[in-house]
Design a protein around this ligand. Sequence first.
Ligand code: SDX
Length: 427
Amino acid sequence: MSDTVKLTTDSKELELKALSGSVGPKVIDIRKLYAQTGMFTYDPGFTSTASCDSALTYIDGDEGVLLHRGYSIEELSEKSSFMEVAYLLLRGSLPSKDELDGFNNTITRHTMVHEQLSQFYRGFRRDAHPMAIMCGVVGALSAFYHDSTDITDPQQRMIASHRLIAKMPTLAAMAYKYSIGQPFVYPRNDLSYTGNFLRMTFSVPAEEYEVNPVIEQALDRIFILHADHEQNASTSTVRLAGSSGANPFACIAAGIACLWGPAHGGANEAALNMLREIGTPERIPAYIARAKNKDDPFRLMGFGHRVYKNYDPRATVMQKTVREVLSALKVNDPIFDVALQLEDMALHDDYFREKKLFPNVDFYSGIILSAIGFPTDMFTVLFALARTVGWVAHWNEMISDPEQKIGRPRQLYTGPAQRPYVPVAQR
Ligand code: SDX
């Protein structure tokens, strides 16, 4: 394939460069298109647009491939840990044992939050959605950690990155505790990242809490599956916010707000609510019919993906993890059977096959999180907790790119041409 493409307009023929990455589709460099033609490209939803170059994550949607710095999600979810994946995404290579121990130690020592932050929670109603709390509290971090907001200083960027990764579990657990009227639990330095989160979430001062290693490993794997996913909507939000020079805490708060949408990270909560509404296998056909009905806004939540036109590799791992967790907890959740039968019926239905709609990462995750004890309104908070690693890695990659500039898309204007103002007495 040549390294140029020709574009013919009414008045001229342009030769545009076709740039190659290390793997995956080439891109047509249109940075000078407007200057040379006076025309913009048009791509609402960015279905055919590369917004940047990145070395973090590669997705082949047709083959169902997901790589983080070249390592497959299947291998990482089986053999790695969430902290090791965080190091890999941030630093670009798998750490030695000493490097991993050092990174774990650094993150562990940033898990406490400023004591006054706990006052923030008391301003919310107890029944506030935890994602609303997370948007507010994470955005407020810049008021407490102003000493790591100079984005031109690599040292401050790294401290802010460590603070965000370390404090998300603490803030998430506090949002849960506040919603159920239990006291906040401080982090402990002798627990793993995920074990610490489980203890801050589920322990009570009245008794000792033992981290269940099966649950700890399953949740750590779920965090790996949610760590990063190329230029998805919330990551693009973080990049766009960061491109203006906004501080990292504000950028991650913007990402949390975007992730909350049911078309994106909010789908895990919506998917379990949908499965519970279906309730029994007999009711599945009616819901599949609704999902296929153009006049019905209902969609199968946890199904479909902008990039994957094959099975989301994360959903495969997630389904396997459901079986492990339910058998370890000796839980027989009829909703899992509904999910399996719904998937089977959909995948044998021409509508879903023709539109290449497969289960995505959100289809099974809620079943595990519910079995562990999380309420559905905490599911997207857990997604945000894990995705903070990807958001922070993308933010660092963008800020340290010497060619970085503020993101500012254009538009196809469809409003009225210029017209004179009419005084109200003449209207
Ligand atoms: C995540 O981008 C990422 O990487 C995201 C994510 C990540 O890790 O960051 O992977 C996490 O957000 C996963 C997706 C979670 N969302 C859902 O499960 C919500 C349900 N899914 C959809 O709303 C939809 O599939 C999207 C939003 C995920 C993708 O939408 P697209 O790519 O814009 O596709 P589309 O809406 O144009 O749909 C194409 C066709 C349409 O039919 P036609 O108009 O062509 O006739 O497929 C239909 C849609 O109606 N369709 C569905 C469907 N999803 C798409 N029909 C029924 N049920 C569905 N779930």
